[in-house]
Design a protein around this ligand. Structure first.
Ligand SMILES: NC(=O)c1ccc[n+]([C@@H]2O[C@H](COP(=O)([O-])OP(=O)(O)OC[C@H]3O[C@@H](n4cnc5c(N)ncnc54)[C@H](OP(=O)(O)O)[C@@H]3O)[C@@H](O)[C@H]2O)c1
Length: 333
């Protein structure tokens, strides 16, 4: 099969399309003919040699999500047959024509999506739902703040927030991305000034909702944003730290954390044990996939920004690193 291989740690030029052996499914596993995959920041870090693949994934083929067709079944797999249209997450190896994953980490693709659209869904929507609802317990009528709201995860989070009846707030470094997020259901947006947004946001929260603060944070930026989150948090708010695009050090007022009784929880999907990945996938299949039904008033939609052929994975990495994107960048295989 053909796959994109990280030939050595480095820039986008180290990604090469090569012939590699086709993987065989072991017991409980399924081989998927990948039709599309999408880029994640973790892939860029892996390419640089800063984020090695987990032990059970290919060492040098990046790719954490995919959409495609079931091609072959390992012993003991039930529930799938050749030709089923599936999508899902993997620890690596999705920049390839074929991929082997555990059968219970797959979900059936919504019938109204094509492979390119479906490949833009798993990482963004599973991460957003897991952080916001499973870990953050966001409820109807509550307020959620999504930082970097124009990101893949951000554009999924605002849509899910609307679906469960929460009021969403978002940050982005350009007003244009906030405008686009509003078309997906974002209720209120703020452009941070030098990493600061708490004061401006508190005014918006007070004016628009009359309430004291934000209940759940989907924190994708990290760095100085965590201290701002603590300032505009409601009592007993849940800050779920998902990404650290702006750095991994925070200077937080512990007094706020104590007095407001805040919970700060970090999360990562890729490093979870298989049982927990299966649980996150089953939750996604049950609670999120049905929300893509076009009969709904506001169906969830994949946000596909740019599409590249697999061979141009390097150019796709360069585009994602530019921060110009809105939603997901997809590779067609
Ligand atoms: N924990 C997990 O399991 C998990 C899973 C998926 C993703 N993630 C993490 O979540 C984050 C978002 O991922 P994604 O794939 O959705 O991202 P993405 O689509 O690549 O978008 C990231 C956006 O963040 C903004 N940004 C970049 N650097 C920034 C900075 N220094 N300060 C403020 N904003 C910045 C940019 O938008 P603006 O220019 O508009 O600000 C950029 O478009 C990443 O850190 C990723 O690694 C974690």
């Amino acid at each position: 099969m053909r796959a994109i291989v990280i030939t050595k740690p480095g820039g986008p030029e180290v990604l090469e399309l090569r012939d590699v052996p086709t993987p065989e499914p072991a017991r409980g596993e399924v081989r998927v003919r990948v039709r599309a995959t999408a880029i994640n920041r973790a892939d860029l870090l892996q390419r640089l040699g800063l984020y090695p693949a987990p032990a059970d994934s290919p060492r040098d083929i990046p790719g954490l999500e995919f959409a495609g067709e079931v091609e072959a079944l390992g012993e003991g797999v039930t529930g799938w047959k050749a030709g089923d249209r599936v999508f899902g997450l993997t620890g690596g190896g999705a920049y390839a024509e074929q991929l082997v994953v555990h059968g219970r980490t797959l979900a059936r693709m919504p019938s109204n999506l094509d492979f390119t659209q479906a490949a833009a869904v798993p990482e963004a929507f599973i991460t957003a739902y897991d952080a916001m609802v499973t870990l953050g317990h966001l409820g109807s009528g509550e307020r959620v703040l999504v930082s970097a709201v124009g990101s893949g995860v951000g554009t999924a989070a605002v849509q899910i927030a609307r679906a469960i009846g929460a009021t969403s707030f978002g940050t982005a470094r350009t007003a244009a991305k906030l405008d686009r997020a509003q078309q997906l259901g974002l209720d209120h947006g703020v452009v941070p000034a030098n990493g600061k947004f708490a004061k401006a946001l508190e005014e918006v929260i007070q004016r628009e909702t009359g309430s004291s603060g934000i209940d759940v944070f989907v924190e994708l930026v990290g760095g100085p944003y965590l201290a701002e989150d603590a300032i505009c948090a409601a009592p007993r708010a849940r800050i779920i730290l998902v990404g650290m695009l702006a750095g991994n050090v925070a200077d937080i007022d512990y007094g706020l954390v104590l007095r407001k009784r805040l919970r700060i929880e970090g999360t990562v999907l890729r490093a979870r044990p298989l049982e927990e990945k299966i649980a996150a996938m089953q939750t996604f299949a049950r609670h999120v996939v049905p929300l893509f039904a076009p009969s709904r008033e506001h169906p969830l939609v994949p946000v596909v920004d740019r599409v590249f052929p697999l061979a141009d994975a390097g150019a796709a990495h360069t585009y994602v690193a530019s921060n110009d994107g809105f939603g997901k960048t997809v590779l067609e295989v």
